[in-house]
Write a protein that binds this ligand. Sequence first.
Ligand SMILES: [Zn+2]
Length: 604
Amino acid sequence: MGLEGVAIRGGFWGERLAVNAATSIPQGWERLHAAGNVANLEAAARGEGETRGEIFADSDVYKWLEAAAWEIARTGDEVLLRQQRELTAKVAAAQEEDGYLHTIVRLRGMPRYTELGWTHEHYCAGHLIQAAVAQRRGTGDTGLLDVAVRLADHLVRTFGPRASHALDGHPVIETALVELFRETGTAAYLDLAAWFVDARGRSTIGDHARDANYFSDRVPVRETTTPEGHAVRAVYLAEGAADVAVERGDADLLAALERQFAAMAATKQYLTGGLGSRWEGEAFGDPYELPSDRAYAESCAAIGGVQWAQRMLLATGDESYADQVERMLLNGVLPGVSLAGGEYFYVNALQVRGDAVPDDDRNPVNGRLGWFQTACCPPNIMRTLSSLGAYVATTASVDDVPALQLQQYVHGSVAAAGFALDVETDHPRDGRVLVRVREAPEGEAELGLRVPAWAVGATLDGEPVEAGLARIRRTWAPGDEVELVLPFAPRVVHPNDRIDALRGSVAIEAGPLVYAVEQVDLGDGAPVDDLRIDLDEPLLVGESDARLGVPTLLASGRIHRHGPDPYPGAVDAVAAGPVAIRAVPYFAWANRSVGAMRVWIPTD
Ligand SMILES: [Zn+2]
């Protein structure tokens, strides 16, 4: 279901959305102006001028416009509405007569689409279309939609089986065109999206320095068994393919995507849900190549993962995809922005060493930064948070009985399928979810609540429930209540033996949260790098951290002093006394100070 029936008003997610609205999005407006993205639009409207930023600079403006649109829908923010209209007018003025729009290609006098492998012309178009649909749905304005339709019509005339066969190096146009088809009903957009999906995978994308797998162009989508190459590109392509499969009723394509997702989850996903282990090519590694310290795990890849998983949930009804949305949102996307809302991680490593050296603005050893030379992640996080309501509920009816499924637990209200519900919860800081019926459909109706796979021992109105969808079918009346209790007892996670980089280590989780140990909680005499955890001692729930507003976990361990020889003939680490381990949710790390951190802790 869409955003219109969901209001997130308080609790954990309400706080995060309030920070996104009060800090992230307003600062994004300023930073897009300071970085020159808006100046590029103004220059393109004049037809001449210098360009600033990367070749895909326009896309960051569009992602911000999408975030603004969902935020205006949520809060009615007048300042944002004025800014939206001002920026929309600049985008419209930069569009060329025949619908083409890409400021940097135009200003540099480059021939259109001749180097589509790296110019991101379709990529920018895709983000424009997504912003336009958001603006229409969220605010009712059609200014950006007019631009998007002219651009999409230009693409339909220019590309496809009877026109240019060139493909963009970076997917996103596929999912955007399907969304534009849903918005306008114009079948040509869906046809072009389907053509883009099936034309890929034949090594046709030319580029000076990259192999076909970097572009997800080595193997056709229907034959791909596991995502490979650049992680963001791979998952964006997969989500577009999922949209095509749903709209076309293409069971073969959907089955291929289910196999790919399963292979990714089994062998190429970090515990945090993070995707892409290699800095080189920002790429997926081989199966089980998941080192903590050089984990790339780009914030955008987790966002693409969330979008893909949500599409698979809607297409299949398999609740494990909603578990994936939860894991990736909390542990893969949310670490990408500071709790204060103004700084971002591009890369989300699961370990940072005490003597790490900054070598790149993406390296987490810098701490979060306000903006990046390649600023894809910040506005991507903004639009994800402002549209969070879209992940909260689904409405698949069962046997013609109205049915509403709560998929993600947020404090607020949900209205759909004849229900109006109030939800009280502080999830994921607490496992209690109270659902109160304000309005109910006539006659029998079904309310479903997702029980995550991690919630062993969950109860619904005091009765044990299994993982999956807990369904209650009955006649409902205003005032009825349902209480779901999800156990948040801390637990130890062991890695698959094939992940060599993690062998001999464990991680700790509670509820849907992955935890991390930071140097600031261990003190100077106890380096995180030398920490071992003692599994004979119990894991305990700690006090909530007052500065971070998050739950903590407590464990016991030791610091091992090691000798100077990197390859001694025998084990020469010496235990140096017990140490109390205090762990914070991974998403909250690097909000007090930036120092050594690790998610996986050696056991001996
Ligand atoms: Zn990014």
